[in-house]
Every structure is written in C-alpha cells, then in structure tokens.
Ligand binder design. Structure first.
Ligand SMILES: Cc1cc2nc3c(=O)[nH]c(=O)nc-3n(C[C@H](O)[C@H](O)[C@H](O)COP(=O)(O)OP(=O)(O)OC[C@H]3O[C@@H](n4cnc5c(N)ncnc54)[C@H](O)[C@@H]3O)c2cc1C
Length: 522
C-alpha cells in the first residue's frame, strides 16, 4: 500500500495563492508542461476572495523578459496591460554619505571588458584620474542613458530583444490580472476562488487536500504562494523563518501612487533609491503614475516620521501631483527566509518563502527561479520528492544568503553616521563571515569572477563591482598593480573607449522611454 502510494505518478499540482508569485508559478508550470494538451498533469490555482494580494512589487529584473516570452505573453500586450515601462537598473542617491547629492548606479549590463579585460584593476589604478566619471559611467552605457531617460532599444528592435539590457517597472495589480487571464484562458490552468480553511494530511504526513470554505481540493504537489500568511508552509508545517534582522533592520514601508502633473513628463529609466536618515525611498516611474515608498525600521523611527519623510520627498519631486496622506499605505514584513521551503509535498514560493527588503527588487526573480526549478525537477512520483526537495532547499538557502550579503553591502560601504539607524546598518560586525572576508580581500585585490562559484549567481561579480566601486573611491584601496601587464590594461582601456563611443551612439539613436512606450502602445 505504502509502496504504491510512493510510486503513484504525480498528476495534479495545486498552487495556493493568486498574487504575482502564484500566477507566475502556475504560468511557468503550465507553459513548460504543456498543461493545456497534457492529459496526465493538471495545474489548479486557488485564491481567497477574502485576502487581497500584496500588490507592491513593481520592479523586475531582465529575467522577466525571458519568462514572459516563454509563457507566451507578447511584449506589447504586457506593456499596455500592466502600464509597464523599461527599467535599466537602480540609481542610488545619497547612499554614500550625507554630503551634497552623491549618486551611483547599478545597471543591468555587464561592465565593458568584463571577460577579456581587468575591469577592477584598471578602475582602481586609473579611476582617480577620471574624477568626473563614476565606475558605471566608465564601463556601462546605461548611466548616460538613464541621465536622459532613454529607452533600452529602438522601436524596430524585436520584442523582448535589447540594445541595452533591461527589465520592467509595472503595476503589480494589473500584472497579477494579466497573468490570471492568460493562465486561465490560454494555458489551461484550473481556477478556484475559495478560502483555504484547513489542511488534510495523509498517513505519511504529506498534504492530501486543502479544505476550502465550499470545496475540497486534493493534489499531489502543493505550491504555497499564500504570501506572508504562509498558510501551508508556515501555519501547517511550521517550517521556521531564518531571521536576518540582526544585520538588516528594515521591516516597514509606507507606499503611495502619485500621478504626474504633465502626462508627457519623462519616465525614469531606473528605479531611484534615495537614502534618508532612517532608511531609503523607492521611486518607480510608470507611464501614468509613479510608485513611491519609504522603507524604514520600526526599531529606529515611527510611522509618523516615515510618512513625513515620504511627504517631503514627494513635495520635492516636481513631476508629481499632490497626494494626501490618507492615500499612504503601510506595509510591514519580518526580514527573513525559510531554509526549508520545501517540506514533504509542499513547496513555498514568493513571500511565503521569505522576504528581506525591497532593495534591489530580488523577490520576483526568486519566484521565477523557484518556479523554473520546480518545473524542471518536477518529481514524477513521491519516491523522488525527498531528493528534489533537499536540492531545492540547499540551492535556495544559498541564494537567500547571497541576497542578504549583497543587500548588506550597500549599507556597510556607506559612511553615513547621521542616525542610530545608519550607525547600526553600516556596522560590519553584524554582516556574514563571507561578506567580511570578501571586503577584507577586496581591499588588497580587485573583485574576481572566481569569487563566485555558481554560473547562476543572482548577484555576480559585476553587481558587486558596480556597488563596491560605485561607493568607494579608488584611492581607498591598497592594491599592488605590478602584476597587471600593459597589454591587459591596454585592453581594458580600449573597452572603456569603446564604451564611451557606444554611449554617444546610443544617446543619439535611442528614443526616450516615453517615446518607445507610446510607439509600442499605438
Ligand atoms: C514594500 C515592498 C516592496 C516590494 N517591491 C518589490 C519590487 O520592486 N520587486 C520585486 O520583485 N518584489 C518586490 N516586493 C515583493 C513582491 O511584492 C512580492 O514578491 C510579490 O507581490 C508576490 O507576492 P506573493 O504572491 O508572494 O503574495 P501576495 O501578493 O500577498 O498573494 C497572496 C495570495 O494568497 C492568497 N491567500 C492567502 N491566504 C489564503 C487562504 N487561506 N486561502 C486561499 N488563498 C489565500 C491571497 O488571496 C493572495 O491571492 C516588494 C515587497 C514589499 C513588501
């Protein structure tokens, strides 16, 4: 009896939750397993009519282009339905210090000469001679493109193809709606609108079914996308959260949508992230409005002060209409993640699996990666579930650890000491041993591709270069450059010169973000 249960084929996948995580996961599974024409496997999504979606994830990574293409949504439909715009990276304002306005960029493109040259060594030995240019201006076309709110491609560039690497800014509610319609009408996903009240287990402790208010849904694999409530993985399985607040304290956000004063105003090509005394503010430009939010820690400041900070930011931003404080929406979260996100036949994806903070917008890309993993390694019966889940858990724990390190990097490199918040966040003592080791070593040698062991690192060497060399001046390192030959340095110089030429060419040839969006939506 037990034997046959373990070897019975997996035929039904149930996704619990209809936020971005639930619909993206359902779409990836349904598209990759050809569910519409597959009479052996089904995907069902159940969503509560009583619990609203989070609806604030508005920044994506370039990976989303591939995801949308693979699930069969056209880029033009996506841009029009989700009020989307193009994102070429993140621009960090006032993160380095409190002195005058200081800016650095983390663009999506790799630095010029990344594979063939010695980018770090060249920048650290020659960068101080180019005081007027930042690291990203020197090695990427995208800082300049962002200065002029330029699009990442031309009108005639094929859908999802890029001249400069890009992801999107989007309206999170409209995105979930588009995915829902697409999943139900095009991909063959079954939809149930009901609230899960109880979980029924079988004799082995696997989930047998979800008892909803008006029906019972049975299945073989359950994907928990119920958001912060984590109905399956948390409430039922009690899989613990690894708390990361010992190093990253942000646990609150005050968010608002602000309309433009002029409908033709430029749309920013990067997420703006502006540091303030007790956290930072995100500023995302969509075609018809901005999404703006103040991120902070309740340990260091009050909601009232956060609202004041947000209000002051919006007032200083000349492009948007006045908003009332009654439109501000407070969101709280506990920074952390589940090391065991897959228990028995239940795997958590999205905020039910974890959330650290919105800096670098790494939540939706984790959803894409998790869904792809589940799809590619889909256990065809229960017998192999334990080995797949073990690999999932170790793989994604590593990713969470790297997210925590990379986010902490932005704080520890800052020399801001203007508040207890910044004195805490800049303290390297509460960073991981890995990050401490890297920062010590990088003081004496440039960042190397071999610092990172995995081909699919979320934040590879290039990302660390943009942040470390963006925040810390070349003269603050102590590197012996004698090992670098003139020919290697010459190659990097050529890459820098080529990047300069390319930047000018792109500036002349590319439309603005708004012009491209208008043309696509026409
Ligand atoms: C302040 C903030 C800013 C963010 N910014 C970004 C960003 O820029 N980029 C990015 O990638 N990510 C961002 N994120 C994360 C992003 O918002 C989430 O990853 C995304 O919204 C997915 O959420 P979700 O689907 O996991 O959960 P939710 O949107 O909360 O969806 C949960 C779903 O579960 C259902 N549900 C709950 N309980 C039950 C039940 N008992 N029965 C049935 N259904 C149930 C609900 O009805 C809902 O459909 C941000 C998060 C925060 C907090």
């Amino acid at each position: 009896m037990k034997e046959s249960h373990f070897q019975a084929p997996l035929t039904s996948i149930v996704v619990a939750g209809g936020g971005a995580a639930g619909w993206l996961t359902a779409a990836i599974l349904a598209a990759e397993h050809n569910i519409k024409n597959n009479d052996r496997v089904s995907v069902t999504l159940v969503e509560s009519p009583d619990v609203k979606i989070l609806g604030v994830g508005e920044g994506t990574w370039p990976t989303m282009r591939d995801t949308l293409r693979k699930i069969g949504i056209s880029e033009a439909d996506f841009i029009a339905s989700c009020d989307a715009s193009f994102k070429q990276g993140t621009r960090f304002v006032n993160w380095k210090s409190t002195e005058s306005e200081n800016v650095y960029d983390h663009p999506f493109s790799l630095p010029a000469g990344f594979f063939e040259g010695e980018v770090g060594a060249w920048w650290l030995s020659h960068g101080h001679k180019h005081q007027k240019s930042t690291f990203s201006e020197m090695f990427s076309t995208q800082s300049l493109l962002c200065n002029f709110s330029k699009a990442p491609k031309q009108v005639q560039t094929p859908p999802y193809a890029a001249v400069a690497n890009y992801g999107y800014h989007l309206d999170a509610h409209k995105f979930a709606e588009l995915l829902k319609t697409h999943c139900i009408e095009r991909l063959g996903v079954n939809y149930v609108n009901d609230h899960i009240e109880h979980i029924k287990e079988d004799a082995e402790g696997y989930i047998a079914s979800l008892q909803c208010k008006s029906q019972e849904i049975s299945g073989d694999l359950f994907v928990d996308c119920t958001g912060f409530s984590a109905t399956l993985i948390g409430k039922h399985f009690n899989s613990p959260i690894t708390d990361v607040s010992h190093g990253l304290k942000n646990n609150s956000a005050m968010a608002v949508q602000a309309g433009y004063v002029d409908e033709n105003v430029d749309i920013a090509s990067a997420t703006l992230s502006t540091a303030h005394e007790n956290g930072w503010i995100w500023d995302i430009g969509l075609p018809h409005r901005k999404g703006v939010g103040c991120v902070y820690s309740s340990e260091f400041t009050s909601d009232e002060k956060a609202a004041e900070t947000l209000k002051a930011y919006l007032t200083s931003c000349k492009k948007t209409k006045d908003v009332s404080e009654s439109d501000f929406r407070k969101i709280t979260f506990s920074p952390g993640y589940r090391k065991t996100a897959w228990v028995k036949n239940c795997v958590a994806v999205g905020t039910s699996a974890g959330f650290v903070e919105p800096l670098e917008a790494s939540a939706l890309v984790m959803v894409e990666m998790s869904a792809r993993f589940i799809s590619e390694h889909l256990p065809n019966h229960r017998e192999i579930m334990p080995s797949v889940s073990k690999r999932f858990n170790s793989n994604f724990t590593r990713r969470w650890e790297r997210i925590v390190d990379f986010l902490k990097l932005h704080y520890v490199l800052s020399v801001r000491k203007d508040s207890p918040y910044w004195r805490f966040m800049t303290n390297l003592d509460n960073a991981s041993e890995q990050l401490k080791d890297w920062l010590l070593e990088w003081q004496y040698r440039p960042i190397s591709l071999t610092d990172f062991c995995y081909a699919d690192e979320l934040f590879p060497a290039a990302s660390y270069m943009y942040v470390l060399y963006g925040m810390k001046a070349p003269e603050q390192f102590a590197i012996n450059f004698s090992r670098y030959s003139d020919s290697v340095m010459g190659q990097t110089l050529n890459a820098v010169k080529a990047n300069e030429k390319l930047s000018q060419k792109h500036i002349a040839a590319l439309p603005t973000n708004r012009e491209l969006i208008k043309a696509i939506r026409a």
